[in-house]
Design a protein around this ligand. Structure first.
Ligand code: IYR
Length: 222
């Protein structure tokens, strides 16, 4: 029973223990196959796949249910080219001047540099924006809460949904990303959060031989 008469009954399906264990393991096995990809094919993405992944992202929990996110899907070649040019200009600064030696050493195993051809090759870029506040239809401003946590969770949902749908993605964070606000014409109260590059891996794609920390290193029981 709830003290909130406007609330509605929860829809929740309990699985039996065996089914839970099977599903938990299957989800882990599938998610553990996800790898960040930096070499993309230009093959187009079937209609509706990105839209559903963004619906999934939009189902994430958020502070006071303010849903402080906006997703811009970029498929136009000219806009992708402008984003690539602006991102590479920032990345050249980063690799040549802004990044410390410690940072460059940490990046070395990934084999990254200032060249970002995937920003044009990949069929879709999803620019994720964080809204410090929302503006209602009548122009009223509403403050949003825990925006970084909320948008981070939604982006995790998005990456998982793209992977489950059979697409590869790259979390790209050229810094600073103000150029995304300008090129994509977003309002000043939205802050670029990150850029997700989406598509199929190129046939020749390789990935660094990363390992994941074992459970004992990432989990403590008390
Ligand atoms: N934004 C740069 C550098 C970079 C930084 C981190 I932390 C990475 O995990 C990967 C790259 C780039 O995209 O090359």
């Amino acid at each position: 029973m709830s003290d909130h008469p406007e609330h509605v009954p929860l829809v929740f399906e309990r699985l039996d223990a065996q089914e839970m264990q099977r599903v938990a393991q299957a989800v882990y096995t599938r998610m553990d196959q996800r790898r960040t990809v930096r070499d993309f094919s230009s093959d187009p993405i079937p209609d509706g796949v990105i839209e559903h992944a963004i619906r999934t992202a939009g189902s994430a929990p958020s502070g006071a249910h303010m849903q402080p996110w906006h997703f811009v899907v970029v498929q136009d070649s000219d806009v992708k080219r402008r984003i690539r040019e602006a991102a590479e200009a920032e990345e050249r600064e980063l690799y040549a001047h802004r990044a410390s030696d410690e940072w460059l050493d940490a990046l070395a195993p990934l084999g990254t540099d200032a060249n970002k051809p995937f920003l044009e090759t990949a069929p879709a870029l999803i620019a994720v924006f964080l809204k410090k506040f929302s503006v209602d239809a009548d122009g009223t401003k509403r403050k949003n809460y825990y925006t970084a946590e909320s948008v981070g969770i939604a982006t995790g949902f998005l990456i998982a949904a793209l992977h489950q749908s059979g697409l590869a993605a790259l979390t790209h964070t050229p810094s600073p990303m103000k150029f995304l606000t300008d090129i994509l014409g977003r309002p000043a109260h939205e802050r670029p959060f990150l850029l997700l590059v989406c598509g199929y891996p190129a046939d020749s794609a390789t990935v660094p031989p990363l390992t994941r920390l074992p459970l004992d290193d990432i989990m403590t029981r008390v």
